[in-house]
Write a protein that binds this ligand. Structure first.
Ligand SMILES: [Zn+2]
Length: 215
């Protein structure tokens, strides 16, 4: 059973919980969509924002250590795109982006290969995301998306407990199967990562598409 669910409905379950999109405010970015709305991948994820670097762990459902510790999982949706640098990346997209893409797809059909301009404006509660179709469609058939599950790992109770312990989170209160490997709070967080979320490294160099790099 995969923890990743595909398509519009799965993304909508998250409501306002889907809040991640790596855009800088007021800097529009053009990308090619690697797939249509059906290809959007959604996953329930635990973000331990009170810790630095914050562990981002996919909810394992039954026996999930983060659930056992009372951290609430939120749905995050990932859109596969090809950047102007010819890289395949996952954008964690806000719910409003998914809705705009769905509207577009209803109007023009499958969005695979379509060029979109994404922009973030405002801040805090006034943050807005826009997705504008640039009226171009490119052949993206040669691009292969990296395995999202692999990028979001680890996917085992033991490995996730290790991550939590590493971040300095006390896992000794966990009962049941998730307890295996639980440890007392670490003396100090060990900075094994540079504070980046796992998806920030989600990229893969690929061959160019005619007409895209020079646009
Ligand atoms: Zn969980």
């Amino acid at each position: 059973m995969s923890v990743i669910k595909k398509g519009f409905e799965a993304a909508m379950v998250g409501g306002k919980g889907s809040r991640f999109f790596t855009l800088q405010t007021d800097v529009p970015v053009d990308v090619v969509l690697a797939h249509g709305v059906d290809g959007i991948q959604s996953v329930e994820q635990h973000d331990w924002w009170d810790f630095n670097p914050a562990p981002h762990l996919v909810c394992l459902g039954e026996d999930c250590p983060s659930c056992a510790l009372g951290n609430e999982a939120k749905v995050k949706s990932y859109l596969g795109v090809i950047t102007k640098e010819q890289e395949v990346k996952y954008f964690p997209v806000a719910i409003s982006i998914v809705q705009q893409l769905e509207k577009n797809e209803k109007a023009v059909g499958d969005l695979t290969g379509r060029v979109f301009r994404f922009e973030k404006t405002g801040s805090g509660l006034k943050t807005r995301y826009t997705a504008i179709s640039m009226g171009k469609k490119l052949d993206v058939s040669k691009f292969v998306l990296p395995d999202l599950e692999e990028l979001l790992g680890p996917m085992t109770v033991e490995a996730q407990l290790a991550k939590l312990n590493e971040a300095g989170i006390d896992t000794t209160t966990i009962k049941g199967a998730a307890k295996k490997g639980a440890k007392k709070k670490a003396p100090a967080p060990i900075p094994t990562e540079d504070g980046k979320a796992p998806w920030e490294d989600a990229e893969e160099v690929v061959e160019g598409i005619d007409g895209w790099a020079t646009m």
